[in-house]
Design a protein around this ligand. Sequence first.
Ligand code: KG4
Ligand code: ZN
Length: 330
Amino acid sequence: MTIILGLESSCDETAAALVTGDGRVLAHRLATQEEAHRPYGGVVPEIAARAHVEMLTPLIAAAFEEAGLTLADVDAIAATAGPGLIGGVMVGLVTGKALAHAADKPLIAVNHLEGHALSPRLADQSLQFPYLLLLVSGGHCQLLRVEGVGRYKRLATTIDDAAGEAFDKTAKLLGLGYPGGPRVEKAAALGNAKAVPLPRPLVGTSEPHFSFAGLKSAVMRAAQAGQHSVEDIAASFQQAVIDCLLDRTARALSNSHGVTALVVAGGVAANGAIRAALEKLAADNDLPFVAPPMWLCTDNAAMIGWAGAERFAAGLIDGLDVAARPRWPL
Ligand code: KG4
Ligand code: ZN
């Protein structure tokens, strides 16, 4: 059975994992840099890159130890080659190249978004192409028709902020700190989602895309007005995001024939209220709903190893001259 070493270092998580071609995660190790970035209220690229240098090699060693394997046992090395903070991407990709060169193994340069896009197939081996994917993370908010490995049709994207970015900015405005998404979700659970009237940009329009900038500005005005509790603003904000995601996804579903499932992936998919709303939308459309477990939604190396395994099976190998890419649309 194929064994792939996966490496992830594109943002503020450093991670290494060993994944098999039939979807078993033999080991996964992850170090989050939350503490290092917290004083700055967001990810500082220079600090992130330095932390990846320190953390990645010990994490790889720990993953091999956990699985009882050595570099000689792997069939290929898959590393995130973008998109992301370029200093961090370079650390993971160069480490992958060095290991591939030293052990004479193939290198697979994985698009981080492809890692998220294929992660539901690691979680649920029965998930077949084509599926409709809502990819919601800190940097991206897209609807994709996933037709096969390396075959992604983008149906919608955000015209301004990503959904996770809106969560992070709202958390900052409300003084909830970093990282924002989980903290807003926690505060929202204690608030009234109908308390604060907030806009739902683009909802009900024939336009396929997402927009969250207007929502963020409205949250800022509500926070400054001081008439509502943090919990009520958080709950109203989260509901507005859910309404936007649902309306846009429903629109894409009605235009997307023959999909096998509605699938959500990316860090924002860790949000329980968003998962529940999407699950209901799928049921209303007589489609199965697939969402990876929480740990597989936020950045990790198992999804990179799995995307590597899918690419390896399809014969998609890269040369050691492959470049790190800060921007890389799927
Ligand atoms: O996929 P990810 O780990 O990194 C990127 O590739 O961007 O996503 C991180 C994003 C952050 O914006 C974070 O606030 C958001 O996912 N997030 C959440 C939750 N957990 C993480 N957003 C809403 N609710 C959550 N529970
Ligand atoms: Zn991500």
